[in-house]
Ligand binder design. Sequence first.
Ligand SMILES: *Cc1c(COP(=O)(O)O)cnc(C)c1O
Length: 356
Amino acid sequence: MSRFWSQVVRGLTPYVPGEQPKIANLIKLNTNECPFPPSPRVLTAIAAELGDDAARLRLYPDPNADLFKAAIARTHGITTQQIFVGNGSDEVLAHVFMALLKHEQPILFPDITYSFYPVYCGLYGVEHRTVPLAEDFSIDPADYCGQPNGGIIFPNPNAPTGRLLTLEAIERILKTNPDSVVVVDEAYVDFGGESAIPLVDRYDNLLVVHTLSKSRALAGLRVGFAVGHPALIEALERVKNSFNSYPLDRLAIVGAVAAMEDTAYFAQCCAAVIATRETLTAELRALGFEVLPSTANFVFARHPQRDAAALSLSLRERSIIVRHFKLPRIDQFLRITVGTDGECKALTEALAQILS
Ligand SMILES: *Cc1c(COP(=O)(O)O)cnc(C)c1O
């Protein structure tokens, strides 16, 4: 605290990201990154952009990242007027809270969800009401129907539970809240879920948020986007152009385009993660863990006899890091990112040792 701090800064409770340790040879299963490198085409595109004419970095990038918007439009069969892009989906989400969720009524999100949402509420002064997940950690769409609200946001699949909501359930929420923006954060949808993007033509209150950090293996490049009715996109552009005209740098734009275009590599990575997730789930269950059904690139698991914080510490002593949240209802769970087959095998072998 300092006398130079503004009133806003004094009141903030910032988000704490999962650790990025500086130690080598760790098995890092704590922040849901892709265990595989990005498409080789990404590196080629970035090298070409730097290329013989590195002087190009002298020039500002395209403020609208038109080439990237065109690649997203082709991938999802939508128009560029339906697309907003940003420096990671975290930045996209920040603009969403300011542009579309700050109203008279409190917004709604699950009690157990992405812990950045309440942080944005604090930053922008957005009132919120949390809606408890059902006993089995699923979202009940009925809980979002019939209470007045200033907007609704949830990840699908939800984080950190990994549980998926059907498009039918999402449509029910959209139909019963025609005057609220419903934001579906699809950070993990490529690992077996069904995207709500095809619904944007039918619902002017739907905004779908994607990231290239998970399924496209580009967490380090910082690229995310949102898809929705052009009027919603215009609101986001207004905030963006009042904040930072160039959220995507030159390397990010060409890298993101290459990642979107390498559909075969993308499909192969997602399929590999899904297969490993199923093996990991079975092996954890064999060790006595209760594992929630996951449609993401992580699993959420608890052991009925072992304290989760203690398990997390024992794993760390064996150079394996997973995520543990000291939060009500979930403090006995571990969130484990699906790594390579080898990493997951090392994890289950370490757990078998710890449990014996
Ligand atoms: C990882 C994640 C994000 C943020 O992704 P970035 O694009 O890396 O900022 C957003 N929402 C959820 C639910 C996530 O898990």
